[in-house]
Ligand binder design. Sequence first.
Ligand code: PMM
Length: 279
Amino acid sequence: MTAIMGIVNVTPDSFSDGGRFLDADAAIARGLALRADGATIVDVGGESTRPGAERVDPAIERERVLPVVAALAAEGVIVSIDTMNAATAVAAVEAGARIVNDVSGGLADPGMLAAVAATGADIVLQHWRGPSSDMYAAADYRDVERELIAELQQRVRAAAQAGISPDRVILDPGIGFGKRGGQNWHALRALDRIVALGPRVLVGTSRKRFLAEALVEARAGEGGDLAAVDAAPVDDARRDLATAVTSVLAAQAGAWAVRVHDAASTRDALTVLDRWEHA
Ligand code: PMM
């Protein structure tokens, strides 16, 4: 069955949990609660990648994440570290993380791939075209699906050159990263072809803006007011329901894991899929 990666953002400005888990103890408790709800992996991040976000000092990032990584790993949780900094990745693996989740696919820090190669950890290579501070500047595609696949293949080759074999690689289409609303649906349509590349595939749609936009558009009808997404935010319950549906679709396309804020709703949805497929 497709695995669930639960999200613990240890940041003051994350768009999804608004800094509620800044305190290390609260973040650890959140990680354990995610496991109880069905997450077999917990992804710990100390730097927001929200569109428009500025970079965080790597020392502050490490201060935020390392106690959480160490405590969750000591509890037997499979921890992944969400970072674009090689030094943070290495320190987190030393603290017990088994997966490095680099949303830049090794592009933000030129030392990342070699550093991870030496640790023996697995690495998530996400599709990325530039920093969050200028996220949509690169959202210019002729053919989203074709370009996405070519750029992911390029990252697999770069990882191999740095000494990371494809069986240690997890590919991610980078939903919301350098992609506007509709482009995200095209990226998801390419999932089965991304799966066919060989490495495991992770998909992160959880609570993202393109889902909220779709829900608002559907209610407003054609020509609906997209500014309404900001004016009357789609609440987390509705976003989690939409996320659970995308989790099922990703699982059907062959995804190895889905990255979510609410593990319980996605676990229920994946359980229904499992019964459907194995009746
Ligand atoms: N999305 C976010 C952060 N990290 N990592 C991976 N591998 N895939 C994603 O889609 C992804 C990520 C942004 O979402 P958040 O701030 O709600 O965690």
